[in-house]
Design a protein around this ligand. Structure first.
Ligand code: GUN
Length: 282
């Protein structure tokens, strides 16, 4: 039987409707409009597309949006100055510096400079550390969105074997922590894992975030598994995931499509974190 498709667009729409109501209520109660500043350095076309989408979605949810589009030649000191200014700006409750940054800028230095209370990406070491020890923190948006999709699909994680393919700070490591919090048994695999298929075939829940088109195929999936594809790769002008959709669909129990799976959830969680940041700063 073909896999049930997890519709990230529909789940995202539902959450954003609720969020828009929550934002309106917050504004009428406090006279404070939650504000998000997005900083983009350079000319990467995909990053420009994501940032445009973040800007539009912020305004649509009734929040205040500022976007800084800086030249690729911007120095690290100039970027740190802007972050410092945004840290002190009362209109701004959330700050997001779009990654990747140009090679001459130390990414960690910039992320460390963001006030952890405004770090709606959840990338600051304080938020990453709090997630690690199970304390309240801003949860990175894509992992947060994945957990919402699993919850919406009614996937129970307790005692299940969750396999995460990819060990990035943005997705792989934080999603592994969140799955662990939900009592899954978690294995993290990566590009140097030996006999990857032997491990992915044991997964009740398989999360793939490696950035390689069609990397996981149907024969690497356990029949009936829940498969979450985080990849967004452009191949011959078409967007494809890290999972080969056709062969996976025939084996998996649930599967997220690309586009329309995890992608729409990332911005939704960013908006949610921005409202939380505004609520916390009252
Ligand atoms: N680049 C790709 N994904 C992300 C994300 O979630 N946040 C930021 N800041 N940059 C990204």
């Amino acid at each position: 039987m073909a896999a049930t498709i997890i519709d990230g667009k529909a789940v995202s729409k539902k959450i954003r409707q609720q969020l828009t109501e929550d934002v309106a209520r917050f504004i009428s109660e406090t006279r404070i409009t939650p504000g998000l500043a997005v900083v983009l350095v350079g000319d990467d076309p995909a990053s420009h597309t994501y940032v445009r989408s973040k800007e539009k979605s912020t305004v649509k949810a009734g929040m205040y949006s500022e976007v800084y589009r800086l030249a690729a030649t911007t120095s690290e000191a100039e970027l740190l100055n802007l972050v410092d200014k945004l840290n002190k700006d009362n209109k701004i409750h959330g700050i997001l510096v779009q990654l990747p940054l140009p090679g001459h800028i130390d990414e960690l230095k910039v992320l460390n400079a963001i006030d952890p209370r405004k770090d709606v990406d959840g990338f600051h070491p304080m938020n990453a550390g709090n997630l690690f020890i199970g304390q309240e923190s801003f949860i990175p948006c894509t992992p947060h969105g994945i957990m919402e999709l699993l919850a919406d699909a009614g996937v129970s994680l307790q005692g299940k074997h969750a396999v995460v393919v990819g060990r990035s700070n943005i997705v792989g490591k934080p999603v592994a922590m969140l799955l662990l919090q939900q009592h899954a048994t978690v294995t993290i695999c990566h590009s140097r894992t030996a006999d990857l298929g032997a491990i992915t075939r044991q997964a009740d829940v398989l999360v793939v975030a490696v950035g390689r088109p069609n990397f996981i195929t149907g024969e690497m999936i356990k029949p009936g598994a829940v498969v979450i594809d985080v990849g967004i790769n452009r191949v011959d002008g078409k967007l494809v995931g890290d999972v080969d959709f056709e062969s996976a669909q025939a084996v998996a129990g649930h599967l997220t499509p690309v586009p329309g799976g995890v992608g729409p959830m990332t911005i939704t969680m960013l908006l949610k974190n921005t409202l939380v940041a505004a609520q916390r700063c009252r």
